[in-house]
Design a protein. Structure first.
Length: 551
């Protein structure tokens, strides 16, 4: 398998994100499947920022980066100091000769910019041009990528890149891969696309890393998608506004991270009691409190399962890559409205802000239109049905008096404290969890990869999917990954673990939250490999840790 890894680093303000995206497109056009990881501190300027672009000639995105790197592009000295030890070949270090001392090939960035009267931000184009020459990438590929992805200033950027391209020499030509170029999509963009595919009418969010990209993407594309996008003053307003949209018959979703979701929990309980559907994109970062605002984690699973006062059903899905994020975000929209429950898309920084090469997403397999009130007889918003799901009519529906009530209420929505009615309505709400399970039965809720016959399995959820899949393949282990986390997919998970006598949980939290959940449902976990420093697992590291556990 051909495998290429490139790091580009510099300070905040050096354009590392855009440079990483251009490098990813170059490798994409060479026939590689891509994953792009950004690492940056919570600073507007300064600090050390870097991107790692990994390409393989597998048909699917690797979904993870690597510890070792084939090329290192350094806009500042800190990049060489922090990453030179990861270099496979010192000759493949491409650096800004004005600011960096290093082995490898220097690019006189300042001189190039002055001669071409180009702005300082285009210094990264010089390094990209130098990288393209060092990697043996044809100039036609470079020109095509620049013109496609930065059309407004393509000519000047290309002149800068060409000057560096002509100065350097090829030291490690990247072989041609086997894949056609594919769209490169961030996890947040994939979530947004899935919400739209699921029928989104309104997206409401207060920006909070790492979910903000969903808001930015949908706001930029709202006219094309025909949706409403709003940025209220805080997260309390966000959840209440979304519930207002839903009560009026508009499919709504919100986005946040742990700190913002804390403020939404009372509104979440309102959704549970009033049976108002809503989708919540909850992208995790390292806590508690502000924690590491720009780093990743998986420590909010318990919180999301138990959030809100009282008891009410909910749906939680944790996509492992961008393609799943599209499909399961669409399904989350459908299930929230079909079963009239809150639905969570549980992501994290690695998924949300990572970039994946992705084929055009397939049909999410939604079962069709959701039936509402047929207009016959007196409308009862909370009519008790065998599956707990009442006919849904929006406020303003002709002939229907729709009452949305946060208090204990009867079938008509009238407040009550009568014990029998309270019990009956609680049973009605609980029954919707079984309706959820029936709806979910049409989908593959647990994914299996690696060596499917192995008696040792890695149990993983969410974004560590890529690292675990590659590590499992390297060590000959089965990899079992639930995509649906709640309602807990006990039967599907036990079937996927059939013949396994040793389960190793891999999670990015301090306690093994899903391992505890599995144990509570009768699935024994033998070992736990945990990481909670804000950085995602990578296959190289994970292979070593699994090997230690297996000794």
């Amino acid at each position: 398998m051909n495998d290429i890894s490139v790091i580009i680093g510099g300070k905040a303000g050096d354009g590392i994100n855009s440079a990483g995206a251009i490098i990813a497109q170059l490798i994409n056009h060479l026939g590689y499947s891509l994953y792009l990881y950004f690492d940056y501190p919570s600073l507007i300027r300064g600090g050390h920022n870097y991107a790692i672009i990994r390409g393989t000639d597998r048909p699917e995105s690797p979904g993870t980066h690597a510890l070792d790197t084939g090329f290192l592009l350094a806009l500042d000295q800190a990049t060489v100091d922090q990453h030179a030890g990861r270099q496979q070949d010192p000759a493949a270090i491409i650096f800004n000769a004005d600011l960096v001392r290093s082995a490898g090939q220097g690019v006189p960035v300042k001189t190039i910019l002055q001669e071409l009267q180009a702005p300082e931000i285009m210094g990264n184009s010089a390094l990209i041009g130098g990288f393209a020459k060092a990697a043996g990438i044809g100039w036609d590929v470079v020109e095509g990528v620049f013109r496609s992805h930065i059309p407004k200033a393509a000519d000047t950027n290309l002149r800068v890149a060409r000057r560096a391209y002509d100065l350097l020499k090829t030291v490690k030509a990247i072989p041609q891969g086997n894949n056609p170029p594919r769209p490169l999509v961030t996890g947040n963009e994939a979530i947004g696309l899935g919400l739209v595919q699921g029928g989104l009418d309104a997206y409401v969010s207060y920006p909070m890393t790492p979910s903000s990209g969903v808001l930015h993407f949908l706001a930029a594309e709202k006219d094309r998608f025909g949706i409403t996008v709003l940025h209220p003053e805080n997260e309390i307003a966000v959840i209440l506004m979304a519930l207002g949209f839903a009560a009026a018959g508009k499919k709504a979703a919100v986005g946040t991270s742990g700190g913002g979701f804390c403020l939404m929990t009372e509104g979440l309980s309102l959704a549970g009691m009033a049976e108002v559907p809503v989708v919540i994109v909850m992208s995790q970062r390292t806590g508690p409190s502000t924690g590491l605002p720009t780093y990743t984690g998986q420590a909010d699973l318990r919180f999301v399962i138990h959030a809100g006062q009282g008891e009410f059903p909910r749906f939680i899905v944790a996509p492992g890559n961008a393609e799943e994020a599209v499909v399961w975000s669409a399904r989350a929209m459908d299930l929230a409205w079909r079963c009239q429950v809150p639905a969570f898309i549980l992501a994290d920084k690695t998924l949300s802000e990572g970039t994946y090469s992705m084929p055009f997403p397939g049909d999410p397999g939604l079962p069709g239109a959701i039936s509402g009130w047929d207009g016959d007889g007196e409308y009862r918003r909370y009519a008790i049905t065998p599956g707990g799901v009442s006919p849904l009519a929006a406020v303003g529906t002709k002939g229907a008096v729709v009452k949305v009530n946060s208090y204990a209420h009867d079938e008509d929505g009238i407040t009550t404290e009568e014990a029998g009615t309270v019990l009956g309505m609680a049973g009605k709400r609980t029954a919707k969890e079984e309706s959820l399970r029936r709806e979910l039965a049409r989908y593959e809720q647990v994914r299996v990869s690696g060596s499917r016959d192995s008696s040792t399995a890695l149990l993983v959820w969410g974004s560590p999917a890529g690292a675990c899949t590659l590590a499992g393949e390297a060590l000959g282990l089965r990899v079992v990954r639930p995509v649906v986390l709640w309602p807990f997919p006990g039967d599907a998970l036990r079937a996927a673990l059939g013949g396994v006598n040793r389960v190793i949980a891999v999670e990015e939290n301090q306690t093994g939250q899903f391992a505890d959940l599995a144990a509570a449902n009768g699935i024994a976990v033998s070992d736990r490999i945990l990481k909670y420093d804000g950085r995602p697992f990578v296959p190289d590291e994970l292979v070593g840790r699994i090997t230690e556990v297996l000794r």
